[in-house]
Design a binder for this molecule. Sequence first.
Ligand code: GUN
Ligand code: ZN
Length: 435
Amino acid sequence: GNNKAKLLRGRVLTFSSEPKAPEDTHAYRFEQDGAVLVQNGKITATGSYAELAKSLPEGTVTVDHRPHLICAGFIDTHLHFPQAQVIGSWADQLLDWLNDYTFPEETRFHDKAHGDHIAKGFYDALISNGTTTAVAYCSSQPNSVDAYFEEAARRGMLMLGGKTMMDRNAPEALCDTAQLGYDDSKALIAKWHGNGRAHYTITPRFAITSTPEQLEAAGTLLKEHPDCHLQTHLSENHNEIAFTRELYPEADHYLGVYEKYGLLGPKSLFGHCIHLTPHEHDLMAETDSVAVFCPTSNLFLGSGLFDKKSVENAGIRTAVATDIGGGTSYSMLRTLDEGYKILQLQRQRMHPLTAFYWATLGNSKALGLSDKIGTLDEGTDADIIVLNGAATQPMALRMETVKSLSEELFLLQTLGDDRCIVETYIAGIPSKTTV
Ligand code: GUN
Ligand code: ZN
C-alpha cells in the first residue's frame, strides 16, 4: 500500500535555485549513490543512500534504480487537453490552424464520452513522458473540465486547468457569452478548485475570441478567486497581433488589452510572448506576470523565436511548455531540445543544468507551487521520475564518452524522449509501468 515507506535508490538530482553553469554547485544537489524516501505520497527524506539507510522506517521497501537518474517530475505549464487529436495537422500559421483544424476538433467535446476517451490517452501520454503536473486549456464545454479533472483524480495528479472562455470569432458551437462563461467558470471553480490536487485556472483563450465584456468577466473572476491561476495567449503571431489591435484600437499594445481588465499578476500565465515591445516587457515585470515559452509550437506554427535573454533581463518570470497540439511532443526533453535550438539561433546558449532546472523547479516557481512540486525536498509531494540516459542505441553509444552530469543531461535533452523515462511516480505510486 501507499503508507508503506519506499526508498528509491539511484543517482539523485534536485535543484534549489537556477544554475547558470556547472560551477553553480550551490544551485543543485547531486548524489551519485543517493536515495529518496517516500511515504504517504510525500518525500520524507533525500540524501546519500548510506545516510538514509541508517534509519529507515520499519518495513521500508527499497527500489533499486541504479544507475539511473532520479529527479522531480517534469511540469508542463501550457498545453491544450482538447488538442490531443490536433497534433501534427498540416496547417498554415496560427489563425488558419485554429480555424481549419483546432476549433472544429474542440467542438467534439460537447460529448462527455469523447472527453473521457481523450482524457485517458492524454494522461497516459503525460505519464509516459515523465510529466507529473500540467496546466491545460480544456474546451469551452464545461464537461470537458470534468473529464480532465476526473481522470487527474483517478491518477492522483496535481493538475491545473479550466474551461476556455470564448464568445466571438469562433464557431457558434464553441462560443459561450460573457455571462455564461462567467457562470460556468464560477461553478467549475466551486466544483474543482482545491478538490483533491486540482487547481482551477481561469482561461480566457485570447483577446481575439473574447469581447471586452468577457475579458471584464474574467477579471472579475480573478478578483473573486485570487488563489486561482489565469492563463491566456499573448503575442504569438504577427497576424494575431494585428487583428487584436483592430479589435481593441484604444489599447496601447496587446498586453494593454489584458491590463485594462485586470488580468495581469503573479498567477497569470501568458503563452508565447514572442513579439513583445519594451513597454509590454516592463508591464509584465511590474505585475510579476509569467511568460511561457513553447518551443515546438513556435517552430511548428512558424510563430517566431522567443527571446529568453531580453525577457529575463527585463525581470520577467518565465516558464517552459509543450503547447500540445500546436506543439508537437508531450516530451519535456524534446521541448528543451527545441528550446535550446531556438536560443542557439539567437546566440543564447542554454546550459543543460539550466534546462533541467526550468522544466522542474523553474516551472513550479512560475506556478507558485514550489512548496509542493518541482524538487525532491522533504515534505513535498512524491512526484518523481527516473531517467535513463542510455535508453536508445545511439544514446548508449554516446554515453560511453560522457564524463559529467552536465554532459549526461545534455545527452538526455538532445536525444531523449519517452523511452528515457524508466518510471514516473505520482504521489509515490509507480504509474508509468501501469500505463
Ligand atoms: N492562441 C489562441 N488559441 C490558441 C491555441 O489553441 N494554440 C496556440 N498555439 N495559440 C493559440
Ligand atoms: Zn496554447
